[in-house]
Write a protein that binds this ligand. Structure first.
Ligand code: HEC
Ligand code: HEC
Length: 505
């Protein structure tokens, strides 16, 4: 069969299923109430690792409420995906797979195990009384991660593929499938609106090249430019700058210096570029001023600044870590000069160094004069300034064991590789393996499918060069060079001691 005929045939079969299912469809699930979500919240969060500052004077109940608001925040969203799109199970599976596969593996969200209502972190249900169930996404879709089966609140996602999610939603809300999937009436209207937004705010030339990496910062440029100009900026003017998502617990360290993001290009009290996530949902600047920015500021004050790094969950050799601490602060190795001094309880006096250590420059270079000018015309300019930096942040190393893969672009899978000779860093590794921790080298495992361990890198490159599931250092912005400390670390024993110390931060 030619491709066209096969697609048509599949279409006919699925349409037949759809009709059969529509007749048997059960009653629509109505919106969950805030009260119901709140009632099970403590239970739902029981197995989630959330470290909170001991210095927060508020009673536990108030902290829980603040956390609850953040976890289920919708910023009164303008873009909703109706549950009914997923309820037609068979068809949904034909398009994108069953719900568990879509959410956990293909999209790569952090599953919220044990929560009866919400399948994963970062998807928030609508709570308008009487309406059918609908969903939107929030900060936690990128800012929660799973490591060895445990959900770590505030850790940067390792596996989320925003391009995959966008494409799947576009397909399901598009003119071919929407009429079959969404219930007629309000659900169909939400789906049509979501489709319009997905199409009109998607700049496909700046999609991240790899799962688990994000072009969120470059996407802010697109959104800020769109408002006054009514069209997208050109690809050449935006660039790409794929980065990993950093952890939210760096906030407390960075507040001392007021420079934000991997390159420190945003100067202000809080990293409010995050608000452009809502611009991507087609909101006007007015809504940013009245609804989004004030709420995000409140959330930084009530939740984000109180987050601390999670403790290393496995054994630590204390004697070896003590040797590492000495090396870390020694004049010969000199890590603390750039990275600061740590108290071992999740706090750091962060010097705020932003230096060029020879790592990939693509992300620095997306802060163009045109981006700065679009920023200056936006309401975010009231909250800070944007200017190109000479180098990346010598990031706080609090909770660094959980911040893998390393460097701003996540190009180095483990601390062992980062602190060793540059030539020994892997040139290709499987991003899906980042759910599993490597205790020996501290970071992510390299292969999702163990049989790949036997294939030499050249062979893997040949097979997976273009594959979004694989991080490949030959792609633009994905270089793994720089931050070469091996000449100062010199021996494997020193490297081991430093890694042991880093586990304690
Ligand atoms: C699509 C994924 C995504 C979403 C959604 C998202 N972020 Fe982020 N966030 C990122 C990425 C990627 C970075 C790093 C950007 C860079 O440096 O290029 C980041 C950086 C940050 C930082 C760290 C800044 C620093 O200097 O260490 C904070 C804090 C933050 N985001 C908060 C938020 C909040 C609050 C929200 C919700 C309003 C949010 N983010 C939504 C991906 C996301
Ligand atoms: C000259 C300043 C400087 C020195 C000295 C230095 N670093 Fe860094 N470090 C940086 C910068 C800048 C980055 C971020 C580079 C990037 O993201 O591209 C970084 C990144 C890192 C990261 C990755 C963090 C993450 O979350 O991805 C680790 C780990 C790290 N450094 C550890 C060390 C250790 C251990 C030492 C001492 C052996 C050291 N650094 C010495 C500047 C320095």
């Amino acid at each position: 069969m030619t491709r066209g005929v096969r697609v048509l045939a599949v279409g006919v079969v699925m349409a037949a299923w759809a009709l059969a299912l529509m007749r048997s469809a059960s009653a629509p699930r109505t919106a969950v109430t805030r009260e119901a979500l709140l009632e099970s919240f403590a239970d739902d969060m029981r197995d989630v690792v959330v470290e909170w500052s001991a210095g927060d004077p508020r009673p536990v109940r108030d902290r829980q409420l603040a956390l609850f608001d953040f976890v289920y925040q919708t910023y009164e969203s303008s873009a909703w995906i109706p549950q009914s799109l997923f309820d037609r199970n068979l068809i949904t599976q034909a398009i994108v797979g069953d719900l568990e596969t879509i959410v956990g593996q293909s999209v790569g969200l952090t599953l919220w195990r044990g929560n009866q209502t919400v399948p994963a972190f970062g998807i928030a249900p609508g709570t308008s009384p009487g309406e059918p169930l609908k969903w939107t996404v929030n900060c936690l879709v990128c800012h929660t991660a799973e490591i060895d089966g445990v959900a770590y609140f505030g850790a940067g996602t390792k596996t989320f593929d925003d391009k995959w999610l966008g494409e799947a939603l576009k397909k399901m809300t598009g003119p071919n499938w929407r009429p079959l999937l969404a219930r007629p009436g309000i659900d169909a209207a939400y789906a049509a609106e979501a489709h319009r937004i997905l199409i009109s705010h998607h700049h496909d030339k700046i999609d991240s090249l790899t799962r688990g990496r994000s072009t969120a910062f470059a996407a802010s440029h697109v959104e800020l430019y769109l408002r006054p100009n009514g069209r997208m900026p050109s690809v050449a003017d935006v660039g790409r700058g794929d980065t990993k998502t950093p952890p939210l617990w760096h906030t407390t360290a960075k507040m001392q210096v007021r420079r934000w993001y991997s390159d420190g290009s945003f100067h202000g009290d809080f990293p409010l570029m995050a608000s452009s996530m809502e611009l991507e949902k087609d909101r006007p600047f007015d809504a940013l001023i009245t609804k989004v920015i004030p709420r995000i500021k409140e959330e930084f004050a009530s939740v984000v600044q109180h987050l601390r790094p999670p403790e290393y969950p496995y054994g630590i050799d204390e004697a070896l870590a003590a040797q590492g601490k000495t090396l870390f602060s020694s004049p010969e190795v000199g890590c603390s000069r750039c990275h600061g001094e740590y108290d071992g309880r999740g706090n750091v006096g962060w010097p705020g160094a932003h230096v060029d250590v020879g790592t990939d420059r693509a992300r620095l270079e997306i802060v163009t004069p045109q981006f700065v000018s679009a920023f200056d015309q936006s309401p975010i300019a009231d909250e800070g300034t944007l200017s190109r930096s000479r180098g990346y942040a010598a990031t706080p190393l609090t909770g660094v064991w959980a911040n893998f893969p390393y460097l701003h672009n996540g190009s180095v899978p483990t601390l062992h590789h980062l602190l060793g000779p540059v030539s020994e860093r892997p040139r290709i590794f499987d991003v899906r393996a980042a759910r599993n921790f490597d205790r020996e080298r501290v970071g992510q495992q390299l292969y999702f499918d163990p049989s790949h361990a036997g294939t030499p890198p050249a062979g893997l490159l040949q097979l997976f060069r273009q594959n979004r599931d694989w991080f490949n250092v030959e792609r633009p912005g994905c270089g793994n060079q720089g931050h070469d400390l091996w000449p100062r670390i010199r021996t494997d024993a020193n490297r081991r001691a430093l890694i042991e110390y880093l586990k304690t931060l």
